[in-house]
Design a binder for this molecule. Structure first.
Ligand code: M6R
Length: 608
């Protein structure tokens, strides 16, 4: 989704703005732009990469002490220079991340007052609205605040004005934005990574905050103009964590970081640690007491993590669990139950649908809430009673990998905690499960060693247009995750089915051109799965089977097998997703797609 950088400093801010945009590229974008104040307002926009915008800025020798910059992920209007931000009204410029739902009404009323719109965006309405306020409220800060009070929807914005060149105004509601307090000046950006170049001192704005940035001061107010105090944090994010290092792509780096990410996430149970409600926050004993069911709300890969957890929660903790796509739940009439623990799962913690689903659950009176999230200060984490922060480190590649496996680790801990609270976990069982969790990083490392063989398989996939993924039980969501990964980054159409469903329809699709990937762990469903595989072979389908060590499935013409190093019981989904991540990564490499920034997608989906 769109990324924003704002800077006011004693030195030239253009390199800071552009480097900030470079760090935000991972969010996904289709155009970029910058506006600075230096003897008037100068705006540059490009429909290409940030590097092209930087080249334009170089050619123009752009230099200034104040400016705003933006990467745009199109929502209103096609990607083109005319729609790229910043948008200008008179001498003021605005960048915006989010969606203004009432922009058409605002646009009509502004047009009636003589404002001419040059773009198809909702953002231009903000620029003209602020400008219109200046007619009666000459103070820029006040004009922005009053304009924002008329907006319905989500925004993070940055504003600069020719007539007021010593301050920048920023604000947020629904979309992420944080301030950076530096030695040379004040900054704001959509995430910390964009500001590490200038400061580690960050202030997370709350929904509705409007802030003014001056060279060496800032102030924050609420929508009604009352002053607000916000805590300053020192970011511990390392600059290296967002660098590629020896890897070709972030996705590859993040796949290979999984042993470390899991080790960090599970550090709390290292050594003699055991499961306890406190893993989920100080209020957990009270919030988890009396929980009789779990409702998971999430999107995409995080939703798949929830689907795996359903199998664990029901079989190990004996707690009924339902898992819903957040965008469906938020608009559905559902029956709230006060003994339900609502678990929201999100890598970014900013996904608009997941946040809205959480608020919807709150609105229904469901106060027992838990966030499983990778970003400690994100909006979602700030809204829940309990939280578990996965320690995957920043995930830059649009395709979620290490976030998924660390979410599974967190969900395994939740399962064991609820099982223990419900008297369903003996000491011996707890010790066995904890042993398996502690060994997980090593087990994942061994699976990663299969990469060369998977690479060979990927060569054969790249020419295909469709693929089917099969799994059963807790590995069905893994098949779904494999299909999502493949379509997301290689653009090969892929669908996942519970293998037992094959003969109820999808078998009709199977022929020699339809590769079928099967997740085949040596569990209680293996024999059933083998019958499903026979059904595929009998129709000439080519099978690629990820089996466990010792599984007796014989390789034959059209049936390729790759053996995982070991069978991993309850946690087997964590291992079985790894080869599917690698398969999609290598298929995408062969196809030459933009692995880390697949077309049309964004990393943080901060709009509905
Ligand atoms: O940040 P979140 O976990 O809330 O994001 C949810 C989905 O947008 C995300 O998992 C998406 O499906 C990934 N790109 C999949 O790889």
């Amino acid at each position: 989704m769109c990324g924003i950088v704002t800077a006011i400093a004693t030195n030239n801010v253009v390199p800071v703005l552009l480097e900030g945009l470079r760090k935000l590229e991972y969010r996904g974008y289709d155009s970029a732009g910058v506006a600075v104040l230096a003897n008037g307002l100068t705006r540059l926009r490009s429909t290409g990469r940030v590097a092209e915008l930087a080249a334009l800025a170089d050619a123009r020798q752009l230099s200034a002490n104040i400016g705003i910059a933006h990467t745009r992920w199109a929502t209103h209007g096609v990607p083109c220079e005319r729609n790229a931000h910043p948008h200008i009204s008179g001498g003021l410029a605005v960048v915006h991340n989010g969606i203004i739902e009432n922009f058409e009404a605002i646009k009509s009323s502004l047009q009636a007052r003589g404002y001419v719109f040059e773009s198809d965006t909702d953002t231009e309405a903000i620029a003209h609205l602020v400008h219109s306020k200046l007619a009666t409220t000459p103070d820029l800060f006040e004009a922005v605040r009053l304009a924002l009070n008329e907006l319905v929807g989500a925004y993070a914005i940055g504003v600069v004005a020719e007539a007021d060149p010593f301050r920048a105004i920023v604000a947020r509601r629904g979309s992420p934005l944080l301030l950076g307090v530096g030695e040379e000046g004040m900054y704001a950006a959509s995430d910390t990574a964009a500001l590490l170049q200038v400061t580690r001192k960050v202030i997370y704005l709350e929904d509705g905050d409007v802030a003014e940035l001056r060279l060496n001061a800032y102030r924050i107010v609420r929508p009604d103009g009352t002053p607000a105090e916000r805590e300053m944090h020192i970011s511990s994010l390392s600059a290296d964590a967002v660098e590629l290092g020896q890897f070709r792509h972030y996705m590859q780096k993040e796949i290979f970081e999984q042993p470390q990410a899991l080790g960090n996430t599970l550090e709390i149970i290292a050594g003699g640690g055991s499961v306890s409600p406190q893993l989920f926050g100080s209020r957990a004993p009270e919030v988890l007491d009396g929980v009789r069911r779990v409702l998971v709300l999430a999107c995409g890969t995080s939703y798949h993590a929830g689907l795996v957890a359903r199998y664990w929660l029901e079989s190990v903790a004996k707690v009924p669990c339902s898992v819903e796509i957040a965008s469906e739940y938020r608009y559905r009439e559902s029956v709230p139950e006060s003994d339900t623990l609502v678990v929201v799962i999100s890598q970014s913690g900013e996904t608009a649908d997941t946040l809205a689903a959480l608020k919807h659950a709150h609105g229904l009176g469901m106060g027992r809430t838990l966030a499983i999230c990778n970003v400690p200060e994100s909006a979602i984490v700030r809204e829940t009673a309990l939280r578990f922060i996965t320690r995957a480190g920043p995930e830059i590649g649009v395709a979620s990998t290490k976030a998924f496996t660390t979410q599974l680790a967190a969900l395994a801990l939740l399962t064991l905690t609820l099982a223990k609270l419900n008297g369903r976990l003996s000491e011996a069982e707890e010790a066995r499960h904890l042993g398996a969790l502690r060994h997980l990083p090593v087990a994942v490392q061994k699976v990663l060693e299969l990469e060369p063989e998977i690479e060979k398989w990927a060569q054969r996939f790249a020419a295909k247009h469709h693929a089917l993924f099969l799994g059963r039980g807790r590995h069905w969501p893994i098949a779904m995750e494999g299909a999502l990964k493949l379509k997301e980054i290689s653009y090969i159409h892929a669908e996942a089915y519970a293998a037992g469903e094959l003969k109820h329809g999808p078998l009709a699709l199977v022929d020699k051109d339809m590769p079928v990937i099967a997740v085949a762990p040596a569990d209680e469903l293996l024999e059933k799965l083998k019958s499903n595989l026979q059904e595929v072979r009998a129709r000439g389908g080519e099978l690629y089977v990820f089996a466990d060590a010792g599984s007796e499935i014989a390789e034959s013409e059209g049936l390729h097998i790759l053996h995982m190093p070991e069978h991993y019981g309850m946690l087997s989904p964590v291992l079985h997703v790894i080869p599917l991540q690698l398969l999609s990564y290598h298929a995408a490499l062969v196809k030459g797609t933009d692995v880390d920034k697949p077309r049309n997608l964004a990393k943080s989906v901060t709009v509905e």
